[in-house]
Design a protein around this ligand. Structure first.
Ligand code: SAH
Length: 342
């Protein structure tokens, strides 16, 4: 829904939960992803695959190792959740196609709700067996490798806030001519919290893991995202044109996201009968998968100046830049080898 429609719907119909608000802002008709492309220099934010092709190429190394780990199946679904502009997949496939045993086995499945982004993906990803889906549950049965970079952070979260007497669902309401946070029904929560403390839940993460488990085929998934290992407060954030913004000011126009709680994600994986590995800082993931060797190969072949390539690698792996805040977690079906490099 366009900005004024969301505000209008709340003004007329009463408060929404944070979860409903976030979903409407992002993927409903008129939401940020449904209507445009927020990714890249001209958009709201920039992501690792857009910083350097070395990111997608290094993820290709992970995919090739996961192919081995799954016992080199003759046919394998390579699934990307929320592929954005298609850059990661294009960079990974450029490398994977050089390894015929892997390349011949792969059919590529892009799970993407945004029509403008599907068009961008179609322009970049060239593969003979390529399909799009709205939902991971629609990917055909069979062994799979699943990749999601900055996908989990844009699935809608619910929030609860402690009001002293207990926990209440956090709402978005209309008051004084604008959208404000408000509190709703009582919800269960720990007794020892201070007033104003916020807790977050992501029911969509559990639903995603349940859908992966329900495929009943061996799989290995790699999620890379900014987040923490549990215990944080309010992480709902809005980004517009590379600046932080008020999440309630321009619903549907800014990009909303929340930090991923990897401890909760691991618990949800176990609850779904799956196995979680990590989290591992993004810098560690990329270094252990050999991003330095890929950089050297790139330096020899590319017209780009050495400084630009080094700066991009530093941005991805340096703990003071993306290296620590971004983390990787692998989730596998039971009975798999621990995926490299966890
Ligand atoms: N992986 C890309 C893009 C990250 S942005 C990159 O790293 O650059 C998030 C992506 O997830 C976008 O492609 C967005 O359209 C998609 N997306 C968001 N919510 C989705 C949902 N519920 N189902 C499928 N795709 C979704």
């Amino acid at each position: 829904m366009p900005s004024h429609d969301i505000a209008d719907a709340i003004r007329r119909g009463g408060p929404w939960t944070v979860e409903r608000y976030m979903r409407a802002c992002l993927t409903d008709r008129g939401g940020r992803y449904a209507e445009g492309n927020p990714i890249g220099a001209a958009g709201d934010f920039i992501t690792a695959p857009e910083i350097s092709q070395l990111f997608g190429e290094t993820i290709a190394v992970w995919i090739a190792a996961a192919f081995e780990g799954l016992g080199r199946p003759a046919q394998l679904r390579l699934v990307e959740l929320g592929p954005g502009r298609g850059t990661l997949m294009a960079d990974a496939l450029r490398l994977l196609r050089r390894v015929p045993e892997v390349g011949n086995a792969l059919d590529v499945h892009l799970v993407e709700r945004s029509l403008p982004l599907r068009r961008e993906q179609a322009a970049r990803v060239a593969w003979p067996r390529l399909a799009w889906h709205d939902d991971v549950a629609d990917v055909p049965a069979g062994p799979a490798i699943v990749i999601g970079n900055e996908f989990l952070d844009c699935l809608p979260i619910a929030q609860a806030i402690c009001d002293g007497a207990g926990w209440r669902e956090r709402l978005v309401a209309w008051s004084g001519g604008r959208l404000v946070f408000a509190t709703g029904d009582a919800v269960p929560g720990p007794a020892d919290a201070r007033i104003g403390a916020v807790r977050e839940y992501c029911p969509s993460h559990a639903a995603l893991l349940a859908a992966l488990a329900a495929r009943a085929a061996p799989f290995a998934a790699l999620f890379v995202d900014y987040g923490h290992a549990g215990g944080y407060g309010d992480t709902l954030q809005a980004v517009s044109r590379h600046r932080h913004a008020d999440p309630l000011a321009t619903p549907g126009a800014a990009d909303l996201s929340a930090h991923v709680d990897f401890a909760a994600l691991a618990r949800a994986a176990v609850a779904a009968g799956l196995v979680a590995h990590g989290p591992l800082p993004q810098g560690q993931l990329l270094l252990r998968l050999g991003i330095a060797a890929r950089r050297d190969a790139h330096l020899r072949a590319s017209p780009q100046p050495r400084e630009a390539i080094d700066a991009a690698v530093a941005r991805l792996v340096d703990p003071a830049q993306m290296g620590d805040l971004f983390k990787a977690m692998a989730i596998t079906s039971p009975g798999q080898l621990t995926p490299l490099p966890f």
